[in-house]
Design a binder for this molecule. Structure first.
Ligand SMILES: Cc1cc2nc3c(=O)[nH]c(=O)nc-3n(C[C@H](O)[C@H](O)[C@H](O)COP(=O)(O)OP(=O)(O)OC[C@H]3O[C@@H](n4cnc5c(N)ncnc54)[C@H](O)[C@@H]3O)c2cc1C
Length: 300
């Protein structure tokens, strides 16, 4: 089988930094994807690269991109919609709202492929992708097709437990809604994001997960939270005085402390060192260990 594979290919990410893939494959259909798995069962899947940091040395495993039309299809049923994992989430949201289909409008402003959104359970204050998933389709590391029902998926906060699969698509429940109300809601969500996040800068969105506190945390200005409470990682980074902190070309955004942004010429190493520095400083300030939300690929 003649799968399109490029050697020494760059990996496009929203950070705009980092190394490439020794081999990048763009399978044209399910059969070619299964052949990719046989070629390298440890392959990595690239989505839109919006939550990804690739170390400067790049990666040796086969990287698979599902950008061919076979993985981008959208089939609109009266209630259920079948979507390929390579489909662009922002375009899908706009199309759903245009058709008066409810369920995705709260995910406005999240750059992703459907596959990346499912693995990360992308979302925030206005909803998460898990809310409309009825089943997902994928290929196992043994190269077999699998279907997983919603009830078997361990969705949680920025978690799906689907990481080992190569997701090829999903069925979403998007019931009919009022198109005008849906459009207004999407506009509202986008306006909120534009006002609070540096969306035009090179970043991966929120870099750290919001931690659940194991103990009470306070600073000079008052209580931050108690045991069992999930608090904003951005607020902790801000209250530790780290807005504007930089390691060479990577810095903490002055607009949103959980967004690490890169300047032209920055290296992935700068972002990795900044992540380590923030983790240490927040731990020193509050005794809380932040966990990265961004996925980091390193040469193994
Ligand atoms: C400006 C900006 C704003 C953001 N705002 C939000 C937000 O509000 N909420 C939020 O949750 N996130 C946000 N993010 C982060 C990002 O948009 C999400 O995490 C998104 O789900 C990443 O999808 P992706 O397709 O880009 O995945 P990638 O970054 O390409 O990959 C992320 C992980 O998913 C895996 N993956 C991707 N596709 C597949 C597949 N088909 N099968 C198996 N594994 C796969 C990759 O291997 C990797 O481990 C933001 C990012 C940016 C840049």
């Amino acid at each position: 089988m003649n799968i399109p594979i490029t050697n020494h290919a760059p990996i496009r990410t929203w950070f705009g930094v980092g190394g490439g893939a020794d081999r990048l494959a763009m399978p044209r259909d399910q059969q070619e994807l299964e052949a990719c798995v046989r070629l390298d069962p440890a392959l990595r899947v690239l989505g839109a690269g919006a939550n990804l940091l690739v170390d400067d040395d790049g990666v040796a495993e086969l990287v698979v991109s599902l950008e061919s039309p076979a993985f981008q299809g959208v089939e609109w049923g009266p209630e259920l919609v079948r979507v390929g994992a390579g489909a662009d989430l922002p375009k899908l949201i706009v199309e759903a709202v245009r058709r008066g289909r409810a369920g995705l409008e709260g995910l406005g402003g999240i750059p992703a492929t459907l596959g990346g959104a499912l693995v990360m359970n992308a979302g925030g204050a206005f909803g998460q992708i898990a809310d409309c998933v009825t089943r997902v389709y994928g290929v196992s590391r043994e190269g077999t097709s699998v279907t997983i029902e919603r009830s078997q998926i361990d969705f949680g906060y920025r978690h799906s437990g689907l990481n080992e699969l190569i997701l090829t698509g999903a069925e979403l429940r998007l019931p009919p809604g009022d198109p005008v109300a849906l459009r207004d809601r999407l506009k509202e969500v986008m306006a909120y994001k534009k006002s609070s996040q540096p969306m035009a800068d090179n970043s991966a969105g929120c870099c750290f997960k919001n931690p659940t506190l194991a103990h009470s945390v306070k600073d000079a200005t008052g209580d931050i939270g108690g045991p069992g409470q999930r608090v904003s990682a951005g607020m902790l980074i801000d209250r530790a005085g780290l807005k504007g902190l930089a390691v060479r070309g990577a810095s903490v955004s002055p607009r949103h402390a959980n967004f690490l942004v890169t300047a032209p010429g920055a290296k992935a190493r700068d972002v990795i060192e900044l992540i380590e520095l923030i983790t240490r400083r927040v731990h020193d300030a509050f005794g809380v260990t932040l966990q990265p939300e961004v996925v980091i690929w390193r040469r193994s």
